[in-house]
Write a protein that binds this ligand. Structure first.
Ligand code: V47
Length: 364
């Protein structure tokens, strides 16, 4: 295998990986330019096994998208709708509680809750939603509100992000998901999501969350108009932020789904693109403990393969996630606990059920 790496011209990167040295952005360019997937996978797998051995994590979680009404209306998004649109919806706090109640008999440990940037829901709604979930399911970890939503809540509240996060924490917030990062560069934001909090703002909120003891995830939406340089700039910004705070848990590359968006001229990403984004991320993000292959976006079959190309986490049982489905995602909306275990075992990995903070709950 190592001669294959030499043949692919990546011998120096192999040496750096073995010595656990940080790769440069130029190295990243060469990795993205490499079409020898076995060589890339081998390198990424070395890092994956240095950090996570043979373990592959999953979580028993429930997704709740409380509202799709959004003032940002990003061009890549099929989920967000203008107020008044016939497909627009907003759940009441009682409806959110009922969703949690519906699945009370299942051993769910995490509720993942995100929504659009709503023009007129009051700040109290968000606090009550968190409190309501906790009333119904007191032990659950709530991973909710992207950095973009947090900034919006601080603006609504008229207080700092710090004070807002403290209040949300008291109401039950446990950590932040990684959405809303898209691609940080101003060019991409201008062209695809001009109304959204900018990249600097997203990173600032994430770092403040980390200072308050709230872990967060990070994502990148790839496979549209971004260049390789822009992907690497995004990864580098995350790596630098992580050097400062150490608060990121997982990085999740999100494959662009064009259906029903304002960017339908693009095709879906290919399997090779998806694997490459996972492998390069694993190699570049040397300070991120986990790389997640989100099966809802890349499909369970490729997510299974990704466990040998850098990923160590498949996310979880999910159910009722509307963001991918609205944009043409065809994966089943829920994955059984046993199916996840089977996928992982077949990939030759050890299935580990985790909680949100990667504490081991059960090994299979
Ligand atoms: O913020 C929007 C992206 C994100 C599309 O933190 C799209 O563990 C593809 O962030 N095609 C939401 N992607 C999902 C997300 C997430 C998912 C799973 C786990 C975690 C985690 C986070 O989805 C949005 C946006 O970046 N998105 N539209 C689309 N058409």
């Amino acid at each position: 295998m190592e001669s294959l790496i030499q043949q692919a011209g990546l011998g120096d990167i192999l040496a750096q990986v073995k010595h656990q040295e940080r790769l440069s952005l130029e190295d990243g360019q060469r990795l993205f330019a490499c079409s020898d997937m076995l060589a890339l996978g081998y390198l990424a797998n070395l890092v994956r096994e240095q950090k996570n051995h043979n373990q592959a994590y999953f979580i028993y979680n429930q997704h709740i998208n409380y509202s799709n009404i959004c003032t940002n209306l990003c061009k890549f998004c099929a989920f967000g709708k203008e107020k008044g649109n016939e497909q627009a919806y907003t759940m009441t706090v009682e409806e959110i509680k009922a969703k949690v109640q519906e699945r009370l008999e299942e051993p769910i440990t995490e509720i993942h809750m995100v929504g659009g940037i709503h023009p007129d829901l009051p700040y109290s709604y968000y606090l009550e939603a968190l409190q309501g979930i906790k009333e119904v399911r007191p032990d659950v970890h709530i991973q909710a509100f992207t950095c973009v939503e947090i900034q919006h809540l601080a603006d609504l509240n008229g207080q700092s992000v710090s004070d807002t996060l403290e209040e949300l924490k008291k109401a039950g917030l446990g950590s932040l998901p990684g959405g809303g990062a898209e691609v940080f560069t101003p060019r991409i934001r201008e062209l695809t999501c001009p109304n959204k909090l900018n990249g600097e703002g997203w990173l600032r909120v994430a770092k403040i969350a980390h200072q308050h003891g709230l872990h967060t995830n990070a994502t990148m939406l790839y496979g549209h108009i971004e260049t390789i340089e822009e992907r690497l700039e995004h990864l580098d910004a995350l790596r630098r932020a992580q050097d400062e705070t150490g608060g990121f848990l997982a990085y999740i590359p999100l494959a662009f789904h064009p259906k029903n968006t304002a960017m339908t001229e693009h095709s879906r990403t290919t399997g090779m693109e998806d694997l490459k984004n996972i492998a390069v991320a694993r190699l570049m993000l040397d300070n991120f403990p986990h790389i997640k292959a989100y099966w809802v976006m890349i499909g369970p079959k490729l997510a299974q393969v990704a466990l040998s190309f850098g990923a160590d986490d498949l996310d979880g049982t999910v159910k009722e996630e509307h963001i991918t489905r609205m944009a043409g995602g065809e994966s089943e909306q829920a994955m059984g606990h046993n199916t996840l275990i089977q996928l992982i075992k077949e990939a030759g990995r050890e299935p580990v059920e985790r909680d949100t903070l990667y504490e081991v709950l059960e090994r299979f």
